[in-house]
Design a protein around this ligand. Structure first.
Ligand SMILES: [Zn+2]
Length: 412
């Protein structure tokens, strides 16, 4: 049950009350997709007259429509109100280390158009920003939409994000991005709100809203790619920590005498299983085995070879699983999440990866935390992180609809 206000009318002014009631009703309409006025009143504990007044405001926007008559519970058949998923749109962008992906979504996060291209994100910030602008224009053009028809843009970045400076990337991880601001760049070009967050956080959000995590409120998503990062969802919300660093599992050291990492520490998880390290090791192992096979040039090729049964590639995926297992074991004892979802290109290896993970954590984590946690690979496709970025914008709009749906602000 969604409870009505915990704040009393004396504390909130009349217009703030109306905004709060609208939020409550619009969220319920989105959740239920179709619901009658009487059920809205029952579920929110608001009076029927309050619900009627708010619904009439909502009906003057394109967000809600009256639909068919529902089932009768004795009297007249009630009219069902329906949330309109295509009343406005959202753009989600994934800025990867080596590619940019962009999706145009409706308000149910159904993909309407998509764009993707390789990009030298780490070394060429200026070009990457131009590519992002091109991507947004391209998906809008494909559907014949104007930027004004967007509620906003969400961006996933391969760096921790400080809530105090959300458009900037951490110079320690991406030194060439010093002085660039992604949010400002897109806001100036499209005049829409822009939200930026870490890619693993947004992978976690996508799992929570649309993927493996639908039935849970506590989960960790680990993205294994060029870098390794975890997104943590606690009680249905992204947990970012005080400076946005929470979940940087890739920079937790699993061997103090290990290789030097870009972050300046030694033996970070990323130095073992980040894509460059893994491919390099695979090549060495291949050479040592005397195989004539060509070394994998990408994580996709390595996974394909492993799924084909190539023994060296299978061994490399198991090795990645073992190392990842050390990081996960520590996290399980610390956070005790209901579910751990593994994403990034290597997740396609499925059970081959999971076997390594499970055998390692068996010896390193408390039996209770292992029993309580489901570990699986992601079911979302390669657009999952971009979808998560759009979801961040959707979540903000459903939390504060009068701020982000301009039609509604005008109607109230
Ligand atoms: Zn590191």
């Amino acid at each position: 049950m969604i409870s009505a206000l915990q704040t009393t009318p004396e504390i909130l002014g009349a217009s703030a009350m109306r905004a709060k009631h609208s939020q409550l009703i619009l969220s319920l309409l989105w959740n239920e997709r179709g619901i009658s006025r009487a059920d809205l009143a029952r579920r929110t504990s608001l009076s029927r007259s309050t619900v009627s007044a708010i619904v009439s405001d909502l009906l003057s926007t394109s967000l809600v429509r009256e639909s068919h008559a529902g089932a009768s519970s004795g009297g007249r058949r009630p009219i069902i109100l329906e949330f309109q998923d295509q009343s406005s749109f959202i753009v989600g962008i994934e800025l990867g280390a080596t590619h940019i992906s962009c999706v145009l979504m409706d308000l149910r996060c159904n993909i309407q158009a998509k764009w993707s291209a390789p990009a030298r994100v780490r070394d060429e910030p200026e070009l990457a920003l131009q590519q992002m602008t091109t991507a947004v224009r391209s998906v809008l053009d494909e559907k014949g939409l104007q930027p004004s028809e967007l509620i906003g843009i969400g961006v996933a970045v391969p760096s921790p994000v400080d809530r105090e400076r959300p458009g900037e990337l951490l110079p320690l991880i991406l030194p060439k991005w010093k002085g660039y601001n992604i949010a400002q760049h897109l806001e100036v070009n499209f005049e829409r709100p822009v939200f930026v967050d870490n890619d693993a956080n947004l992978g976690a959000l996508a799992e929570l809203w649309w993927g493996a995590g639908l039935a849970t409120k506590d989960l960790a998503y680990i993205k294994v790619a060029t870098g390794v990062g975890a997104g943590l969802i606690i009680d249905g919300r992204i947990f970012r920590g005080s400076g946005g660093i929470a979940g940087e599992i890739g920079h937790s050291s699993i061997d103090p005498d290990g290789p030097l990492c870009i972050c300046g520490l030694h033996g970070c998880l990323t130095t073992f299983i980040g894509t460059p390290a893994l491919l390099e090791r695979a090549e060495e192992e291949l050479r040592a085995s005397g195989s004539v096979r060509r070394p994998a040039a990408s994580i996709d090729e390595l996974v394909d070879a492993a799924l084909d049964g190539d023994p060296v590639s299978v061994e490399m995926i198991r090795y990645a699983g073992d190392k990842l297992g050390v990081g996960i074991a520590n996290m399980l004892n610390l956070l005790n999440p209901k579910m751990v979802v593994l994403g990034g290109g290597i997740a396609r290896a499925g059970d081959l990866l999971l076997e390594g993970v499970r055998s390692t954590i068996g010896g390193l984590s408390l039996p209770e935390s292992i029993r309580a946690t489901l570990i699986r690979t992601t079911g979302l496709n390669e657009w999952g992180i971009a979808v998560g970025a759009a979801t961040l914008m959707l979540q903000a709009a459903l939390d504060q609809p009068t701020l982000y749906f301009s039609e509604l602000r005008e109607a109230l």
